[in-house]
Design a binder for this molecule. Structure first.
Ligand code: GLU
Length: 409
């Protein structure tokens, strides 16, 4: 089963527990709307480049659709549909008033200049501006995009629709972004990690961690893990990785990575591959990069007793079965990485009220949402004797299903 089939498998596992009819499954799984658009762009060398962009709006039973924009060479229609569906369950698990969506462009941003990145972003928004909006569908950053890309996106949207900061989240602070949005996904990951360890009568302080990915999510997760006293012993990024069994100095590693465009060569560390990282002898494994990285073979070799899915869809279905049999506790993506979309929601609320929150308020509200959501998932898992993943899907599908039935067709 590939990463895309895995998401459907997880849905069906929960749907079986819930006794959901085939008709209801079909209704909940079918995306509302899928757009595939051509983005022609003048490249810096004068040539014309043609790119393909996607926006999939999966479900709006609980509110406007919400989800990131991913710029990555592997983006395709199937992946975007899957990620849009995950957003529907994710917003429902943390009970924020949104549905799910996702978009992206199949492009390698490392091959684009800054000017080309801006032009491709604006070209994409030209194509989808009528589909999105503060009450319809609200994009945000995802892999390969950031606050600057969101600034161009909102600026382009406003050329058609006038001042509307709430049409996009993850914007820079200077352009109606929120305090704490950039750190939010990584912070949320660490909050749920603390919560699961508490249930297992363990603490983050002194625990050893292997972290795959040092992008927005991974780097902030590393920072908060380090601040909480965990020992981050191995980290990888797209180009390589570093390890130190005594624990890496995360603030120094973060500076090193910024100055040297990657982790490799960090003084006082040995190099480590992704394969080695996933099999590290640690307490906690946190995949915070691409989907589908934990295969059946990897799952057999994982030595961590807790896996926290900071990435979207990192575990293949067969691997999940193995974790279940081996009693490896997996905190699923739709709960573990929901901190980002939760603070996106706070940003949208602030934009709509034209009232700015301070960082302390954002953090406090985020902590509350993540802890409450975790507790609910944990309790359902205990009550029904299911994995945390199935429990999270039961909550998410249940909320979306009830909203759908109450609203009617
Ligand atoms: N891209 C992030 C995710 O996968 C955030 C989405 C958002 O803030 O809307 O959850």
């Amino acid at each position: 089963m590939n990463a895309i089939e895995a998401a459907r498998h997880y849905f069906n596992q929960a749907a079986d527990h819930m006794g959901l009819s085939q008709n209801m499954r079909k209704l909940l799984l079918t995306p509302k709307r899928e757009a595939k658009v051509q983005i022609p762009m003048q490249m810096d060398n004068g040539e014309i480049g043609t790119f393909i962009g996607y926006r999939v709006q999966h479900d709006d039973a609980r509110g406007p659709m919400k989800g990131g924009l991913r710029f990555h060479p592997e983006v395709d229609a199937d992946e975007v549909v899957t990620l849009a569906q995950l957003m529907t369950w994710k917003t429902a698990v943390v009970n924020i008033p949104y549905g799910g969506a996702k978009g992206g462009i199949a492009v390698d941003i490392k091959k684009l200049s800054r000017g080309e990145l801006e032009r491709i972003t604006r070209g994409f928004i030209d194509n989808i501006h009528d589909m999105i909006g503060p009450d319809k569908d609200i994009p945000a950053p995802d892999m390969g995009t950031n606050a600057q890309v969101m600034a161009w996106a909102v600026n382009q949207y406003e050329k058609y629709h006038g001042f509307s900061p709430a049409c996009i989240t993850g914007k820079p602070l200077e352009l109606h972004g929120s305090e704490g949005r950039e750190e939010a996904t990584g912070r949320g990951v660490v909050i749920v990690t603390e919560a699961v360890l508490k249930q297992l009568k363990k603490t983050l302080s002194g625990s050893t961690v292997a972290l795959q990915g040092f992008g927005n999510v991974g780097s902030f997760a590393a920072r908060f893990l380090h601040e909480a006293g965990a020992k981050v012993v191995a980290v990888t990024d797209v180009a390589g990785g570093v390890r130190n069994s005594e624990g890496l100095d995360i603030p120094a590693l973060t500076r090193w990575s910024a100055d040297h465009n990657g982790l490799a060569g960090f003084p006082g560390s040995e190099s480590v591959t992704n394969d080695e990282l996933l099999r590290s002898d640690v307490d906690l494994l946190i995949p915070a990069a691409l989907g589908g990285v934990i295969t059946e073979e990897v799952a057999r070799d994982v030595r961590a007793s807790v896996v926290v899915e900071a990435a979207n869809n990192p575990t293949r279905a067969e691997a999940d079965e193995i974790f279940h049999k081996r009693n490896v506790v997996v905190v699923p993506d739709i709960l573990a990485n929901a901190g980002g979309v939760t603070v996106s929601y706070f940003e949208w609320v602030q934009n709509r009220q034209h009232f700015r929150w301070e960082l302390a308020r954002v953090r406090k509200e985020l902590d509350r949402v993540m802890v409450d959501s975790f507790d609910r998932v944990w309790n359902i898992a205990q009550e029904k004797h299911v994995s945390l993943r199935t429990a999270a899907y039961i909550i998410g599908i249940g909320r979306v299903g009830r909203a759908t039935v109450l609203g009617g067709i």
